[in-house]
Design a protein around this ligand. Structure first.
Ligand SMILES: Nc1ncnc2c1ncn2[C@@H]1O[C@H](COP(=O)(O)OP(=O)(O)OP(=O)(O)O)[C@@H](O)[C@H]1O
Ligand SMILES: [Mg+2]
Length: 273
């Protein structure tokens, strides 16, 4: 894992636990993300990735553990009012797999962005039109898309809108939960390139959740591997993928379809683990 000194940490997660009834969805999860860094979370379906993300963003509570952004505890009791909620939203933004669920179908893309700016930076009202244009440009969209409703856009364009909206508040951390999973491979590549450019330009840190190891290889520097709510392995992405230490990570790597791939043997190995 990249050595991240205290003042370099934009996000730190320490000892997170969350149970749903008898299911331990997240068990003692800890990691940190450097300012402008990119950390992947991989693991099979149900391993606790989304629950971890939702706790970080504040959509889900933890049973125990801490989430610090820029060294400050996000769950601090002092911050339950509206102002504190907005402040937390400005620190960490999330992009989901399906932007349809998070975009209001009744308003145009331009209005979506203007509304976000109105909520978070009302004092800069005179600047909002220019900022909407700038945000759309940043994600490769223009005036035509600004006037469109979400349903009039392609899946890739909608995901660009969701990214633009997240960027509107200039967050320190962007959590992307399977954000490119529903896109076809060429659009996926475009969005991944776009995200890489944005990270370089803005210094926003990414927490990149995916079960696609190819995506992890492309866009992350460090990775944690989760299974049944626990981290079973973590380290530099290139090293973990080249020389996995845990049997589960090896299994994930072996599960990627390729010539000579043997799904039956993988199923047997999974049961044995
Ligand atoms: N609100 C909830 N109520 C009950 N159980 C839940 C809830 N949210 C998640 N779980 C359970 O917690 C576990 C972890 O779920 P989570 O959504 O975090 O997995 P995931 O790694 O994101 O999976 P996927 O790759 O399929 O998105 C699962 O067993 C799931 O059924
Ligand atoms: Mg999930």
């Amino acid at each position: 894992m990249t050595d991240v000194s205290d003042d370099q940490r934009v996000l730190e997660v320490a000892g997170l636990h969350r149970a749903f009834g008898s299911v331990q969805a997240v068990h003692d999860v800890s990691f940190c993300l450097a300012r402008g860094g990119s950390l992947g979370i991989v693991g099979e379906s149900g391993s606790g990735k989304t629950t971890t993300a939702r706790i970080i963003v504040g959509l889900e509570r933890a049973d125990s553990g801490r989430v610090l952004v820029r060294g400050r505890d996000r769950s601090a009791a002092a911050g339950r009012g509206r102002g504190a909620r907005l402040e937390r939203a400005r620190e960490v933004q999330m992009v989901f797999q399906d932007p349809f669920l998070s975009l209001d179908p009744r308003v145009t893309v331009g209005s979506v962005l203007r509304e976000t700016l109105r909520l978070h930076v009302p004092e800069a009202k005179a600047d909002h039109d220019r900022r909407v244009e700038e945000l759309l440009d940043q994600v490769g969209l223009g005036a035509r898309e600004a006037g469109a409703m979400p349903r009039q856009l392609s899946g890739g364009q909608r995901q660009r809108v969701a990214i633009a909206r997240a960027l509107a508040v200039e967050p320190a951390v962007l959590v992307l939960d399977e954000a490119v999973a529903a896109l076809d491979v060429s659009v996926q590549a475009q969005i991944l390139n776009l995200l890489a450019d944005i990270r370089q330009d803005t210094g926003i840190g990414y927490l990149f959740i995916t079960h696609d190891l190819g995506v992890v290889r492309c866009v992350t520097e460090d990775v944690v591997v989760m299974r049944h709510g626990r981290i079973v392995e973590s380290g530099r992405t290139a090293e973990v993928l080249a020389d996995p230490q845990h049997a589960y990570t090896r299994l994930l790597l072996d599960s990627v379809p390729r010539p000579g791939w043997n799904p039956k043997a993988i199923a047997v190995a999974r049961r044995a683990l």
